[in-house]
Design a protein around this ligand. Structure first.
Ligand code: DAT
Length: 148
């Protein structure tokens, strides 16, 4: 039995950059929902998936066993979204959502707080030295807890 993981956070926090490596190491499927519109979850992703998405709506309740939320300082995030060419309204909307922790509220309202973990994603070192390892440890622990 493998966990389903939601990798979430405001656009630009680094979900896509981070998500593929722990997926490929741990044998989970990586699924990026950003470009596609799914009208429901696919049976094919019933078990063992890392879903990269800036929200937690449209998945069935209790679908995710672990929710990982990337957080980026707003000054850093602002620059990343500016580089992406976001218009002013989209840019400020996203920055405000980050400031007011909108996604964190959503995630902890729809999931048990103890399965929602936050990870900083400001610098490349955090990605390389910390986040991938941390995610692999959570996956390993979950597999241990649920397969013994
Ligand atoms: P998302 O998938 O959350 O929208 P992304 O993976 O496309 O974000 O990353 C947005 C930009 O930020 C991209 O240019 C890579 C960069 N980035 C991601 N994680 C980073 C980190 N930990 N340190 C520095 N830059 C990072």
């Amino acid at each position: 039995m493998l966990p389903n993981i939601l990798l979430t956070g405001t656009p630009g926090v680094g979900k896509t950059t981070l998500g593929k490596e722990p997926a490929s190491i741990s044998g989970l499927k990586y699924m990026n929902v950003k470009e596609k519109l799914y009208d429901g979850y696919d049976e094919q992703y019933d078990c063992g998936v890392i879903v990269d998405y800036h929200g937690c709506d449209f998945f069935p309740k209790r679908f995710f066993h672990i929710v990982l939320m990337l957080r980026t300082d707003t000054t850093v995030l602002y620059k990343r979204l500016e580089t992406r060419g976001y218009n002013w309204k989209t840019l400020t909307d996203n920055i405000q959502r980050e400031i007011f922790q909108v996604l964190y509220e959503e995630a902890t309202t729809s999931h048990k707080e103890e399965i929602v973990h936050q990870l900083p994603s400001n610098k490349p070192e955090e990605l390389e030295n910390n986040n991938v390892d941390q995610i692999l440890k959570w996956i390993e622990q979950w597999i241990k807890d649920h397969n013994s």
